[in-house]
Design a protein. Structure first.
Length: 164
């Protein structure tokens, strides 16, 4: 909570919503053997493959907003589960390319359906996933994601007296 407002701050609400969403997705995808983070990876990979791309782990990290080291860890686990295939990029021996296996594509398609149903539930207060309110909300979230955040500088005199 902020000193200047009687209710929760936007940051607190975004954090709560993100946690609520992650828990719901984890529970819904558990029977498919996926976590929310793994889903983010395979669903993104699915879309990129459909567009004709065979992304590297780095490219997928950039696309998802996940740290490259975390993508590598997730990719190894998904490879062990038979969901993705990791191969060296013939153009860059340091890079690892990712591809969904046939099993991975089938699991990902089922997972996308499950998550779409959850999204529909989440956006019902806005009149559903395709409503103008949901599109506006998505636009607002996209705007916030575009903001570059830097840690505050300790003892920054220009911020003294400002309410967080």
């Amino acid at each position: 909570m902020s000193k200047g407002s009687p209710g929760p701050t936007p940051g607190f609400l975004v954090w709560r919503l993100a946690n609520k969403w992650r828990v719901a997705v984890d529970r819904a995808l558990g029977p498919l053997g996926l976590t929310h983070a793994q889903y983010s990876l395979v669903a993104s990979l699915y879309g990129m493959q459909r567009a004709g791309e065979r992304p590297s782990q780095r490219r997928l990290a950039d696309h998802t907003g996940l740290e490259a080291l975390y993508v590598s860890k997730l990719a190894r686990a998904l490879e062990s589960a038979g969901i993705i295939e990791r191969t060296r990029d013939p153009r860059d021996p340091r890079a690892v390319q990712l591809r969904l296996t046939d099993q991975g594509e089938a699991v990902t398609r089922r997972a996308i359906t499950v998550v779409q149903e959850l999204l529909q539930q989440l956006t019902e207060p806005f009149d559903g996933l395709d409503s103008p309110r949901t599109r506006a909300f998505t636009g607002e979230l996209t705007t916030l994601l575009g903001v570059t955040l830097a840690p505050p500088v300790p003892n920054d005199e220009s911020k003294r007296g400002a309410t967080p």
